[in-house]
Design a protein. Sequence first.
Length: 74
Amino acid sequence: MDLVHPNVSCNANYKNYLDNYVENYKSVYSNCKIEQKKDKHCEEFYEFFGVKKYGELPILSCVLEGTLRTIELL
């Protein structure tokens, strides 16, 4: 599955997993980067994600199977 290209279809379980991943990332990013907390979670966050760009997260998405065809018909 290539999540970089728009309109990639996925099933409900994967879409839910991906949406939760992005929301969890945003939450930890907010705590560590914006509020500048310095705890073990933030250390691990920076070690794992490094200098990856926060703005690139919106590209991690997919269209729920069956909905793309409905949208195209509208």
